[in-house]
Design a binder for this molecule. Structure first.
Ligand code: HC1
Ligand code: SF4
Length: 568
């Protein structure tokens, strides 16, 4: 540690801290905009400037390292004047249509403008960028709102390894642009939405369907069904002021009923169903000799990446649809029949931590007898918005349960929401179904945690299975490149395009908490631990669904309903 003085008071801070981290540790407020605790600092926006004794110029706190004995001033007239000037400049080239902005009320820039009482001193005469890109079903880029912080560029490159954007200078104005200024959907973009989660303003947002869902809820001329992903329940509360990692499953279900949905089903149920199919597929491949590695298929951003950049792996990816598609397919066949309603008159919404799922639902392979299996995907953020618009008092709602028959789930289904979870759930079931004997210990610790690439060797009745788990596009690409080069061999690989898996999805609440993924991850494992049943094949509702409709895993009807194909 080193000693620093902040506004005259002495603190001890880790020697490699930035001035910003030191101030945060000391509880001293420093405004930030381009900085994000999960991205490399750049000092671009100069909103975090401070005085450092011995330096002539103000220094960006995010990009300045502490030194022993450093004297830092965060509160002075000079600092205040600089912060206000920098904010005024940004505001002068920012539209003033906050009323209709997707992130109104949740905008880091708006908060600073309010806090520093910035008036539009330049009169908003600067020309605004005209880039409006709604080519993607996943995200919308409205670059007149861009404040050039570069967080989207860094998220897409540093975390996702996709490099879709770079800062292009156009006179005094730079913008995060795609190569040749192509519509983002025509690039290699995988629709993961990380750029939208890291955008502090409304320049990149999910392609919102809130109005569409409001309209359906108000018309209510169809049977309205909703399903919720494993990872939404451990993050939704953050939008209502709860700590990251708060589990709000029961309140979320209650809110969805108050919104007017007729049935609230659980994607976790379908995660159990996925394990039945995918686990059985893996056992088949073990019998038939491959192809290996088998890759998991539930992450649609990974599927986009695979089809665009690694099409040689098409035969390797499990043919199992993702859980929310399986649930959609079961709703529009089995359940429609059960309630005697034409599938055309069912409107199914998936609440997902993910923007790529918005892209996934329009794949032609996912049509069920001429209707889409899932009609609309809302992100966790959009659900929060809907709940707020409808003035539902989230924090004081009672805990309610999911509806039958597609609402019962196990701990194995729950852990789908975190990196390593699909692998662990699949191993729990493949082991017991394959070997016909109970697992001693059902936790597979070696595939847990937030390390980017995890490997394990599992003893499968004498056969040593090599498995790997990767999450976050950059790690995924590193692992795949090694597999392509023949440097490593695995039997089974789980891939999630976002860091942390779905808990860190592009549709999750934005967070400036650097430990947000750890907190959400812990919540997911708590749900597993508290579950009475923790293996997918022991889910009674799954057993019943096979008895009444699907016959057995990989049956003809299961293939027709629950499996898919890929294309390059
Ligand atoms: Fe996921 Fe999945 S776990 S992909 O990470 O397989 O989005 O939460 O819903 O479908 O179950 C996301 C989460 C989600 C699917 C499941
Ligand atoms: Fe990059 Fe993902 Fe944004 Fe596409 S959606 S530009 S891949 S961060």
């Amino acid at each position: 540690t080193v000693k620093v003085f902040i506004n005259g008071k002495q603190y001890e801070v880790p020697a490699n801290s930035t001035v910003l981290e030191a101030c945060n540790l000391a509880g001293v407020y420093v405004p930030t905009l381009c900085n994000h605790p999960r991205l490399e600092p750049t000092g671009a926006c100069r909103v975090c400037v401070v005085e450092v004794e011995g330096s002539r110029n103000l220094q960006p706190a995010c990009a300045t390292k502490v030194a022993d004995g450093m004297r830092i001033i965060t509160r002075s007239e000079r600092v205040e004047r600089a912060v206000k000037f920098n904010l005024s400049l940004l505001l002068s080239r920012h539209p003033k249509d906050c009323m209709t902005c997707e992130v109104n009320g949740r905008c880091e820039f708006q908060d600073l403008i309010y806090r520093y009482n910035i008036k539009d001193i330049f009169g908003g005469e600067q020309p605004l960028s005209k880039v409006y890109d709604d080519s993607s079903p996943a995200i919308i880029r409205d670059l007149e709102k861009c404040i050039v912080c570069g967080r989207c560029v860094r998220a897409c490159s540093e975390l996702q390894g996709m490099d879709i954007y770079s800062m292009v200078d156009r006179g005094f104005e730079s913008l995060p642009q795609t190569a040749f200024e192509m519509p983002v959907y025509d690039t290699d973009c995988i629709a993961c939405g990380q750029c939208s989660v890291f955008c502090p303003v409304g320049a990149i947002t999910e392609n919102s369907q809130v109005r569409k869902v409001l309209e359906e809820l108000e018309k209510h001329d169809k049977v309205l069904i909703v399903q919720t992903a494993p990872a939404t329940r451990v993050a939704l509360g953050e939008e209502f002021g709860l700590e990251p990692g708060s589990i709000s499953t029961g309140k979320m279900v209650a809110a969805l009923r108050r919104l007017g949905f007729d049935y609230v089903f659980d994607t976790n149920f379908a995660a159990d169903l996925t394990i039945m199919e995918e686990g059985s597929e893996f056992l088949e491949r073990l019998k038939n000799g491959g192809p290996f590695p088998m890759f998991t298929s539930c992450c649609p951003a990974w599927i986009n990446m695979m089809e665009k950049l690694y099409p040689q792996f098409i035969p390797n990816v499990s043919s199992a649809k993702s859980p929310h598609q399986m649930l959609g397919a079961v709703v529009k066949t089995y359940f429609a029949k059960k309630i005697n309603v034409d599938p055309k008159n069912i409107f199914l919404v998936s609440i997902m931590p993910c923007t790529a799922k918005k892209d996934d639902i329009i794949r032609p392979q996912h049509m069920i007898n001429g209707v889409p299996a899932v009609d609309v995907v809302l992100t966790t953020r959009e659900l929060a918005k809907l709940i707020k618009i409808k003035k539902i008092p989230f924090a004081t709602l009672p805990d309610e349960n999911y509806d039958d028959p597609l609402g019962e789930s196990t701990g194995a289904g729950a852990i789908f929401g975190v990196t390593g979870g699909v692998m662990e759930a699949a191993l729990r079931t493949a082991y017991e179904l394959g070997l016909g004997k109970p697992l001693g210990k059902i936790e597979f610790e070696s595939v847990r945690g937030l390390e980017g690439i995890k490997e394990a060797t599992i003893d499968f009745n004498g056969k040593k299975l090599k498995v790997a788990v990767a999450h976050g596009g950059l790690n995924v690409r590193r692992l795949l490149d090694k597999i392509v080069a023949g440097e490593v061999y695995y039997d089974f690989v789980e891939i999630m395009a976002c860091s942390g898996g779905c808990i860190g999805g592009g549709g999750q609440p934005k967070s400036l908490d650097k430990d947000v993924l750890v907190k959400r991850m812990k919540a997911i494992y708590t749900i597993d631990e508290l579950s009475v049943i923790r293996k997918s094949h022991e889910n009674p509702s799954i057993k019943k669904l096979y008895q009444e409709f699907l016959e057995h895993p990989l049956s003809h009807v299961a293939h027709e309903t629950l499996h898919t194909t890929y294309m390059d």
